[in-house]
Design a protein around this ligand. Structure first.
Ligand SMILES: [Zn+2]
Length: 327
């Protein structure tokens, strides 16, 4: 079994004019095309593998990608595995050997030693240091403006929440706000919230945050309750080898927020996009979880289960955005 042609790959993974191909996907496209010109050449297959991994790494689970609607991603993955199994010495047939090869390919690529055979522009994301330090990945120009507005809103909320909580004891408005999202304002609880809000504002100001636009995934499916927690390693066997490499990628030193369709798809930019950024960052900064979503559940926690409210990402996010929008 050979590797599918570039034309077949492009036809089967096309999603229409509104779904631009990411830089990593374009890299993979180019690698498939080049391999087609040198079928069977292992150097080109290594490039293709590395490009596949680089793209799949961004996907969570590449087989769940919309690009796999026709099964093209699964087919390509199987074709790469089959090629390896028929073209390598027996010692390399073991999946662990394959995994090592894939890692090696990815490492060489990361070090710039394994170059694609064609020159294409690879965008490293749009870096913005004007307010905090944000890298925007895979937003088109219109979406980029929306995302920047959302970041600015979330940033402003973070600062206002930090200041606001200091006056809970002296301001009726602030006392009511606290009660609404965190319950009874006992000194200990106010203190805990106050420290959490300060940590959040600190993160907005000083941590590098990557916002990755991934409209084909859902916000909360990355890794169960904690989208930033350590990834699990799959069984190293058969086809899951590739799954392991996808899952083995760590988030690195900065904070990486994967944003799904509703990030920009929600008609309300404050409760949609800005709230999402704040919500997702609380998972990383405050190690919050998702006991429940939405205003009603969050207010329910505040009233009846205040300990849960303190652990729930949405409670923190609603508290923060309530400073710039009545909710
Ligand atoms: Zn969450």
């Amino acid at each position: 079994m050979g590797i599918m042609t570039y034309e077949e790959w492009m036809r089967r993974t096309k999603l229409g004019a509104f779904k631009p191909r990411s830089s990593a996907l374009k890299f993979l496209d180019a690698a498939i095309k080049e391999y087609g010109r040198h079928p069977g050449a292992s150097a080109y297959l290594e490039t293709l593998k590395a490009a596949f991994i680089a793209w799949a790494d961004q996907k969570g689970n590449a087989e769940d990608s919309e690009r796999n609607r026709s099964g093209a991603v699964t087919d390509l993955m199987n074709q790469i595995i089959a090629f390896d199994q028929t073209n390598r010495p027996a010692a390399h047939l073991r999946p662990t050997g394959l995994l090592k090869d894939i890692r090696e390919g990815a490492r060489l690529m990361a070090e710039g030693k394994l170059k694609p055979q064609v020159k294409i522009h690879i965008s490293l994301g749009d870096e913005d240091r004007s307010l905090g330090h944000v890298v925007y990945e895979d937003f088109d120009p219109t979406e980029l403006n929306q995302a920047k507005t959302a970041w600015a809103d979330a940033y402003r909320c973070a600062g206002m929440a930090c200041d606001g909580v200091r006056t809970v004891a002296t301001s009726d408005t602030e006392e009511a706000r606290f009660r609404r999202w965190f319950g009874d304002p006992s000194p200990a609880r106010v203190n805990e919230v106050s420290q959490g809000l300060a940590k959040m504002y600190e993160a907005f100001q000083h941590n590098k945050v990557t916002l990755a636009n991934r409209p084909d995934i859902q916000v909360h499916v990355i890794n169960g309750n904690d989208p930033f927690g350590p990834m699990q390693t799959a069984n190293v066997s058969g086809q899951s080898v590739y799954g392991y490499v996808w899952g083995g990628k760590h988030t690195g030193s900065g904070y990486r927020v994967i944003l799904g369709r509703w990030f920009l798809g929600d008609p309300d930019p404050i409760e949609g996009a800005a709230q999402t950024i704040y919500h997702e960052l609380t998972h990383k900064v405050l190690r919050t979880t998702d006991h429940g979503y939405g205003k009603i559940k969050s207010r329910g926690f505040a009233t009846m289960q205040a300990a849960k409210a303190l652990e729930n990402a949405d409670n923190w996010a609603f508290y923060a955005v309530s400073f710039i929008k009545d909710i």
